[in-house]
Design a protein around this ligand. Structure first.
Ligand SMILES: [Zn+2]
Length: 500
């Protein structure tokens, strides 16, 4: 059987050494890069050709942490809202969704990711009251329809925010406490059974969309539930991702609740290992970072969301220096307002410069770009994406070199990392086929998706209005409670982690 072969001609290619080639031909067979050679030196007739002249080919960016359910939530999270206040309203914000809404929200996220140069993503997706195979399948279908890779994990917890944060329930006035008690989460056994159904019933090709598990936040998970998730991840050979030390309140309250750091807690439960990744990883001390490195765990840096929610700055240099696998993510479009991995990687580089005057400690353009491609790919568990080299899958973003971002062109990697915003994207290839060409999405009808999204907005905003209003009295209380903990000196360690 002849394999399908494509030759991209006369393109410049950003290769593993961080340097762009001169005009080159790229041979792709069966979705894999077979050869990258000087233009004109691959003489094959049995190929379809794509003109790559005046284009810079870069590896598709890989999003190490997002939430497809945020796609329909754009513009819904008010300005100046910290993490826990946002969490106090998430049930209301994401409520009333039909199966079609869940599919649509993920579709919106996937479309934006591809349009902005991302070809694979790790998605922690929520469903209420329990995750379902049907719901996860609808979301997986959305990624498959758009034509991108994804790791899709049901986001789960057996404690609500009010059970999770020690002292918070007691801090509520009686009327609100009664409501918080009535809104308790599903028991661990029921959630684990639902997760097992999803993993056992998974029908998507795992090279396209694979399942994982997302016990959402360590404080929100009982020991039994967290260890149950870890056991399931082992049994089904899938990844496990949680939001790790995203806020200072989480880090401080982790000590109150577990008597040790969040990382030590997870380690003692046997959760840390190569299949584990922590999203955000901001309030980690040196001992935690060393332990994450020892266990082969990964951390996903989400600078845009961390700034939007005022969560802090992840110690990216320390993580890299310790040998922790570092990826980059956008987080959801409700708290990050979009899915721009170029912005995320640029912020990852620049935020490292805020707190450290020593330029030798700053995250370089190359380190940020590598974290947003190969680093995230390793966290997703795809070992043949993230580089443009023979043997790697053909997940390729074509950037127009006649775009003003590159006029004049001197240092391709630096200019991509520090100037690109997605505007110069011309074509996106994922696993061989083109998903976007000449700026047009080839796989789904975006006008139709927009019509559905506008209609869903009207319907969901009306349906969720009373729940959002009902959540409002909790906001100030949660905000003040967490602020008090965030203002507490981080004396439990007696050493505030250096930002940098
Ligand atoms: Zn998140």
């Amino acid at each position: 059987m002849p394999m399908s072969a494509t030759l991209i001609t006369e393109a410049r290619v950003l290769r593993a050494d961080g340097k762009a080639t001169d005009a080159s031909d790229v041979l792709i067979e069966d979705g894999s890069i077979r050869a990258i050679e000087p233009a004109g030196s691959i003489t094959r007739e049995d190929v379809s050709r794509i003109d790559g002249a005046d284009k810079l080919l870069v590896p598709g960016l890989v999003n190490g942490h997002t939430h497809g359910h945020g796609g329909l939530g754009k513009g819904l999270v008010e300005d100046r809202v910290p993490l826990e206040v946002f969490l106090s309203a998430t049930g209301a914000i994401n409520g009333s969704r039909t199966l079609a809404d869940k599919h649509l929200s993920t579709l919106l996220t996937a479309i934006e990711l591809v349009r902005k140069g991302c070809t694979a993503a790790y998605d922690l997706a929520v469903e209420y009251p329990l995750p379902t195979l049907e719901g996860m399948s609808a979301m997986a279908d959305a990624y498959a329809e758009v034509g991108m890779r994804a790791v899709l994990a049901p986001m789960m917890a057996d404690h609500t925010l009010y059970d999770a944060l020690p002292g918070l329930m007691e801090a509520l006035p009686p009327d609100l406490r009664a409501r918080a008690v009535a809104a308790r989460a599903q028991p661990a056994e029921a959630i684990l059974a639902a997760a097992r159904d999803i993993l056992a019933g998974w029908r998507h090709d795992r090279e396209g969309v694979r399942p994982a598990l997302g016990p959402t936040i360590p404080l929100h998970c009982s020991r039994e539930f967290m260890t149950g998730c870890a056991r399931l991840a082992e049994e089904f050979d899938v990844g496990l991702q949680t939001h790790l030390a995203e806020s200072k309140a989480q880090a401080v309250l982790g000590h109150t609740k577990f008597g040790k750091s969040l990382v030590a807690h997870l380690d003692d439960l046997g959760v840390l290992g190569p299949r584990f990744s922590g999203a955000h990883g901001i309030w980690l001390d040196d001992e935690e970072i060393a332990r994450l490195a020892d266990r082969g765990a990964g951390i996903v840096h989400n600078p845009m969301s961390n700034l939007r929610l005022g969560s802090g700055v992840a110690p990216a240099r320390k993580l890299l220096a310790a040998g922790v696998r570092l990826g980059v993510g956008t987080d959801a479009s409700n708290t990050s307002d979009g899915q721009n991995m170029f912005e995320a990687l640029r912020l990852a580089a620049f935020l490292s410069r805020v707190a450290d005057a020593d330029a030798s400690h700053w995250i370089s353009a190359e380190e940020a770009f590598r974290a947003a491609t190969l680093g995230s790919a390793r966290i997703l568990g795809f070992d043949k994406i993230g580089l443009l080299e023979p043997g790697y899958r053909a997940d390729i973003v074509f950037l127009r070199l006649d775009h003003i971002n590159y006029v004049p062109l001197r240092n391709p990697l630096l200019q991509v990392a520090f100037a690109e915003n997605g505007a110069a994207i011309d074509t996106v290839m994922i696993d061989g086929p083109l998903v976007l060409a000449d700026g047009r999405l080839l796989t789904v009808d975006e006008a139709e998706v927009r019509r559905k999204a506008e209609a869903a907005r009207d319907r969901l905003d009306a349906a969720n209005l009373s729940a959002i209003e009902a959540a409002r009295p909790f906001r100030d209380l949660v905000g003040h409670f967490c602020l008090a903990h965030a203002r507490t000196p981080y004396h439990v360690h007696r050493r505030l982690p250096d930002r940098g």
